[in-house]
Design a protein around this ligand. Structure first.
Ligand code: AKB
Length: 340
């Protein structure tokens, strides 16, 4: 039997590139990708087929579905929180309408295959909206059902799409009595800010972490856009991919919900600076907080309670803060910029 096909949207982004490497290394799936920009040459051999195009293009999605029996969708394409505030309408189009197109495609595919296509959706800490820094400090680790009042377009989009996915899984075409066997199987992870040794993110608000680290490794000045006490949860990229794969493989019968927090560690901007300074003592880091971007980070929780994920499908991060910095981020980043 041939290996199942997974469709990865936003494959050329930070998570996408790491996920493609993992899927290829594991060898159990064949990846078909779609991204606005063509995948770089070195990633193409990892894929069965790559498409350069827009997820807003329903015709393209139909074509992809017609050519491949897609069993899994990793829908990673999105406009992140800062970019979304610069163009909220575009963010809504890409993040909500784009997701709806993918859900519709996966739903049709489930009907065609006669089994539920698994739809893995990265959500975010941006779905939370803590009302003040005092409340944030008091709240500590937040559970999934608390503070669901996001203050960004991106956060609103992610929260709504979580509902949309749950709706497609449980209630789609309920008047037409669509059998539950023919509905898709939506699973969502609420990610913290992600830090990769290979890429620097663009358009996010948790970007101050990875930006500071990469700037120090390159010997560049960095003016941090949040206060030094601004604290949010982070995760090393390999753990994000580990979580996506764990969510994909989880036994549906054991899932009590379709939305899961996944946590790893929590750091303030100052904590990151100190970790960076251990390796780059001359790092030129200053603080020039941007009021709006800081407000966005202040509205995100300090930490995530991921008990539900741990209990339902055995989530456990591999990279704690010490290992993430000392064994993954710093050695890989040093090697990377030494080559350039
Ligand atoms: C962002 O900063 O917008 C993202 C996120 C936290 O989801 N990295």
């Amino acid at each position: 039997m041939s290996k199942p096909v997974v469709l990865v949207t936003g494959a050329n982004g930070e998570i996408g590139r790491s996920l493609l490497q993992k899927l290829h290394a594991e060898g159990r799936y064949r990846a078909v990708t779609v991204d606005l920009t063509p995948l770089p040459e070195r990633y193409r051999p990892l894929c069965l087929e790559t498409y350069a195009g827009n997820i807003m293009d329903k015709y393209l999605l139909d074509q992809i579905a017609a050519h491949h029996e897609i069993e899994v969708v990793f829908h990673l394409a999105a406009l992140l929180s800062t970019r979304g505030e610069r163009d909220p309408e575009l963010a809504h189009q890409v993040n909500v309408e784009g997701t709806l197109h993918l859900l519709r495609m996966a739903q049709n595919q489930s009907g065609r295959l006669g089994r539920a296509v698994r739809f893995i959706f990265p959500s975010s800490i941006a779905v939370y909206g803590l009302p003040s820094v005092e409340e944030k400090a008091k709240a500590g680790k937040v559970v999934e059902d608390s503070y669901n009042v996001p203050i960004t377009m991106y956060g609103c989009n992610k929260l709504y799409c979580e509902h949309l996915g749950r709706y497609f899984t449980q209630h789609f075409r309920q008047l037409g009595a669509l059998s539950s066997a023919a509905r898709l199987d939506f699973r969502s992870l609420r990610f913290p800010g992600l830090i990769s040794a290979d890429t620097v993110p663009t358009g996010g608000t948790s970007d101050f972490g990875p930006e500071m680290l990469h700037a120090a490794a390159k010997g560049e000045k960095y003016a941090c856009f949040v206060r030094e006490d601004t604290k949010i949860p982070f995760m090393a990229m390999p753990d994000a991919v580990h979580a996506l794969m764990g969510m994909l493989e989880a036994d549906r019968a054991k899932l009590t919900d379709s939305v899961y927090n996944v946590g790893a560690f929590s750091l303030s901007a100052k904590d990151i600076e100190q970790r960076v300074r251990k390796h780059f003592p001359d790092a030129d880091v200053t603080y020039a907080p941007d009021a709006v971007r800081n407000k966005i980070c202040d509205s995100w929780p300090e930490d995530l309670d991921d008990t539900r994920a741990r209990n339902d499908w055995g989530w456990k991060p591999i990279w704690d803060v010490e290992r993430a910095f000392e064994e993954y981020l710093l050695p890989s980043i040093k090697k990377r910029y030494a080559k350039e």
